[in-house]
Design a protein around this ligand. Structure first.
Ligand code: CA
Length: 306
């Protein structure tokens, strides 16, 4: 940085001219690569309205225009063990992914640290398709999640705000993903579905795409493009309410321990890392916006040729 002004004021020699041409060429290549990396093709019938591809340089902090951090270590209502920090030790860009990393370390009275990111105050949506490509970490007591809460959580509290869990995985069920909704009268375990990988495979082995589609009075969960659960008001317990037709924000976090997964044990190893290749939000196209390809009439043989 200190050289920058001086470099500009010097008349460039031959080597320097070649250097700056190379820099310019590299910048052009970088621009082409960045453009290609963000050239997201929306699923048929949807339009991309928000996303993060996490393609900043390695070790960068998250884009502050898109994400904020939750910090603290008071158990988060589940007797979780981690202290969430905003340090790049716990949340940073790595190789085109968001890496949320849980460490076993002493921090403000807690024995683990990790990260929790949210779009509250940055972006929220009532309906749409919400998807992320994630490689989860593994081990007893490890609890990665991709989920949503109603933006009214601060005024009417949980569970009246509604909670939609797009992906939850706990270390003791390495091959199972849970998709769940929580609301008043179905707050504890919630209502949802799950999907288990075949042949003993673990979600930590590879990236998978986790998604929900939120529509008026309907939420549908997908794993790798395949639907596995749908919830509508008629499926709720009697005298409970549908609390999902209002704006929601996204959350990505990696918890350690807690009521559901249980605590880490002697088999658990740290650090553990949740990798998120992208988060994308799509808006459903109106039927008038969906272009139907023109019908091509088959060429009929000319009658005179018969
Ligand atoms: Ca990426």
């Amino acid at each position: 940085m200190q050289c920058f002004e001086g470099c500009l004021n010097r008349r460039p020699g031959k080597v320097s001219r070649i250097f700056w041409r190379l820099v310019g060429f590299a910048a052009l290549l970088g621009a082409i690569n960045a453009s290609a990396a963000t050239n997201v093709v929306a699923p048929p019938g949807w339009r991309l309205v928000w996303g993060d591809e996490f393609n900043q340089p390695d070790s960068s902090a998250l884009n502050p225009d898109k994400w904020r951090y939750d910090t603290g270590g008071l158990g988060w209502g589940n007797k979780e063990l981690q202290y969430y920090t905003l340090r790049t030790n716990n949340s940073r860009i790595e190789d085109g992914n968001l890496a949320i990393e849980a460490h076993r370390e002493e921090f403000d009275g807690r024995h683990y640290t990790s990260g929790r990111l949210l779009t509250l105050g940055k972006a929220s949506w009532t309906y749409g398709r919400f998807e992320a490509r994630i490689k989860v970490p593994r081990g007893q007591g490890i609890w990665p999640a991709f989920w949503m809460l109603g933006t009214n959580v601060g005024s009417i509290n949980w569970p009246a705000c509604g909670e939609v869990d797009i992906m939850e995985n706990i270390g003791k069920e390495p091959g199972t993903v849970h998709g769940t909704a929580h609301g008043p009268g179905y707050s504890g375990t919630g209502i949802g579905g799950s999907q288990t990988l075949p042949a003993g495979a673990a979600f930590a082995d590879d990236f998978h795409v986790f998604a929900v589609e939120c529509e008026p009075d309907r939420i549908t969960w997908f794993l790798d493009g395949r639907q596995y659960f749908t919830l509508a008001p008629e499926s709720l317990p009697e005298k409970t309410g549908w609390v999902f037709n209002h704006p929601k924000f996204l959350i990505l976090n990696l918890a350690v321990g807690g009521n559901w997964p249980g605590d880490p044990d002697a088999t658990s190893t740290f650090p553990q890392r949740m990798l998120v290749d992208y988060v994308r939000v799509y808006e459903k196209l109106a039927s008038s916006e969906i272009q139907v390809p023109p019908v091509v009439q088959p060429r009929l043989p000319n009658a005179t040729n018969r």
